[in-house]
Design a protein around this ligand. Structure first.
Ligand code: SF4
Length: 188
């Protein structure tokens, strides 16, 4: 099996999830977000094809990586190949993050007219999903691991279990806690 990639696998990324991460850059995306940082990844015939055996060898050679991150492009346009890569990653005890321009609710809706075979299964391998299109009017450079405020950092296992989105709260700024801290400082 092959996957279409836009770039070689990147190692040691510290911006695509926690710890050192290997990033799988998928090619092909139809979301067309205004202000997309990587328009060369949109063409479904662009990039290059890579055999999954080669990817497996690369994953096996990784050192000190906490996990892999699927980015793009749109990983959910190639769910069957991504599932195979995700299986390899799990066997190597790597955690899995994934960026998508789709929203979680759409990816689990098997009645959706755009539903693609494998979406749900691919999700089952993912630990954390950053969902939703990049929205330039909601761009915020202070956000951790995401580009715009509409995007959510989702605990996929808990969300699938509860059938509703559960956020990874630890990656969000804790406004309430911060204001409590200020209140305590003022009292002291
Ligand atoms: S989903 Fe990502 S790659 Fe696709 S258009 Fe939006 S920002 Fe660009």
């Amino acid at each position: 099996m092959f996957i279409r990639l836009s770039n070689e696998i990147t190692r040691d990324s510290i911006v695509d999830g926690p710890g050192l991460r290997a990033v799988i850059w998928t090619q092909g995306c139809k979301h067309n977000c205004k202000g997309c940082h990587n328009p060369s990844t949109h063409d479904f015939n662009g990039g290059f094809l890579m055999n999954l055996h080669e990817i497996e060898e690369t994953l096996k050679s990784l050192k000190l990586q906490k996990g892999i991150t699927f980015s793009g492009g749109e990983p959910f346009e190639q769910p069957l190949a991504c599932i195979e890569i995700a299986k390899m990653a799990k066997q190597l005890r790597l955690d899995i993050w994934c960026y998508t321009g789709y929203i979680f609710e759409k990816l689990i809706d098997e009645e959706d007219t755009e539903y693609k075979e494998g979406w749900k299964e691919f999700l089952e391998y993912i630990d954390v999903l950053i969902d939703g299109p990049f929205m330039i009017e909601k761009k915020n450079l202070l956000l951790r691991f995401r580009g715009s405020e509409n995007q959510r950092i989702i605990d996929v296992k808990k969300s699938l279990k509860n059938n509703k989105v559960v956020l990874k709260e630890e990656y969000y700024p804790v406004k309430e806690a911060r204001s409590e801290y200020v209140a305590v400082k003022l009292v002291v």
